[in-house]
Ligand binder design. Structure first.
Ligand code: ZN
Length: 424
């Protein structure tokens, strides 16, 4: 559980050795490190104004952290009329953070420094219906490859953030009754990584929550206190940021909007109920409606695509048909957007977010989907809740998951000794 930094890696004037992860500091120091985690470079007076502390208190806390080697000075900022301020950042030589985004059909893994800068990354297809040992074992192998490519060693990994596509008991770091991957029920994901990366703490969350964190770190959600991130792909889910913090609920499954019922007489869902939003409007539902349109002659384009693809259609084919002006494909996408928008309208009335960000594979469907979602939300929500409501696509794209997984780990890198057990 210890780490020794090599002398050649350390640029701080202070020698750091036998670093434990998470790095245990006092509550004031944790606050400074969290402020630093959100700003690449910052002056002492900016830290003082963000924390509300006196300049003397801010200077004292910063001095402690510089003495410990956690912060370093990195030149001077622009003068505000007086002396140029000296800027600080987190010492990027402390070690590394890994972000792992396990999707239903793909793995995305990234290695970052402790400022969140991605240094190495890779992706490959997977199938989460395989055993957790197989999928997570492969994640471990890929992470080791990234570590080698960086010229680092496994014991320099301080923290690992992991996103998985199912309901996560956040305190225990396990999946509970995951519809897409029943074999993963209660599998000890953290232990699986800690066997190889013995210096690292591991935090596990569901894939949509980490995308919401990725939107804060790399997208348009920085500084937004109340927003919903909606992922539309093989499934549908939401990450909820309330008062600037992730809202996970009592058991960690807040935001599982894909299983809100929109039609009791609708098709069977992977959760065992009928007519869930996910079963009606997500990727497989879009494909299923497109296959029907191809079979019954409603759409010539979809029918030709199905033949060219060996009898199957993919969500991107429906999108392509829509772009070519196919009315059936357009109707299918609009129906999905309207159903998703109807559910979001209820959430807007209930939660009053200022922003809704939409991401995931189906979000690439462009304006027809977005217009249908917006129209349904505006039609069914209270006017006061929509006056300032912004609904737009996430612009983080495919990196949202790994960025968020890294952000999740960074949130707990500097922790207090009485921190909850879930990060250990
Ligand atoms: Zn369901």
């Amino acid at each position: 559980m210890v780490q020794t930094l090599s002398a050649s890696k350390a640029t701080s004037t202070k020698k750091i050795s036998r670093l434990r992860a998470p790095i245990l500091v006092n509550s004031a120091e944790v606050e400074v490190m969290r402020v630093l985690g959100r700003q690449a470079r910052i002056s002492r007076s900016e830290i003082s104004s963000i924390t509300g502390w006196s300049k003397a208190k801010a200077s004292q806390e910063i001095r402690n952290l510089v003495d410990k080697g956690y912060l370093v000075e990195v030149g001077e900022g622009a003068s505000q009329g007086g002396r140029k301020p000296r800027l600080l950042r987190i010492n990027d030589q402390l070690g590394y953070i890994a972000g792992i985004d396990v999707g239903a059909t793909s793995l995305d893994i990234a290695l970052a420094d402790v400022t969140g800068l991605i240094l190495q990354r890779c992706s490959e297809p997977t199938d989460v219906k395989l055993s957790p040992e197989t999928v997570l074992g492969r994640c471990g192998e890929l992470l080791l490859e990234l570590i080698r490519a960086q010229g680092a060693t496994p014991d320099q990994i301080l923290g690992i953030g992991v996103g998985v596509p199912g309901p996560v008991d956040f305190a225990r770091g396990v999946l509970v009754a995951p519809p897409l991957m029943p074999a993963w029920e209660n599998f000890p994901i953290r232990d699986c990584f800690k066997r190889t990366f013995i210096s690292a703490f591991v935090v596990v969350d569901n894939d949509v929550n980490i995308m919401a964190l990725g939107e804060i770190r790399a997208g348009d959600a920085a500084g937004i206190d109340h927003f919903i991130f909606v992922k539309i792909g093989t499934g549908i889910g939401a990450g909820i940021i309330s008062n600037g913090k992730m809202h996970r609920g009592a058991d960690g499954c807040a935001g599982d909007i894909g299983h809100i019922c929109v039609d009791k007489k609708g098709p069977l869902c992977s959760c065992g109920n009928t007519g869930c939003l996910e079963a009606m409007a997500a990727g497989p539902a879009i494909v299923s409606k497109a296959m029907e349109a191809a079979r019954n002659g409603t759409s010539l384009i979809l029918s030709q695509m199905r033949e060219a693809n060996g009898g199957v259609l993919r969500p991107e084919d429906v999108n392509a048909a829509c772009r070519e002006g196919d009315q059936a494909a357009l109707d299918i996408i609009r129906q999905s957007g309207q159903m998703i928008g109807d559910v979001l309208a209820s959430l807007v009335n209930f939660f009053n977010p200022s922003h809704i960000f939409i991401g995931g594979g189906i979000a690439n469907f462009g304006n027809h989907l977005l217009v249908a979602v917006r129209r349904a939300v505006l039609h069914r929500s209270l006017p006061l809740a929509t006056t300032h409501l912004s609904i737009k696509f996430s612009r983080v794209g495919a990196d949202a998951g790994v960025m968020g997984a890294i952000s999740l780990a960074l949130d707990y890198l500097f922790a207090m000794e009485d921190s909850p057990h879930f990060i250990i």
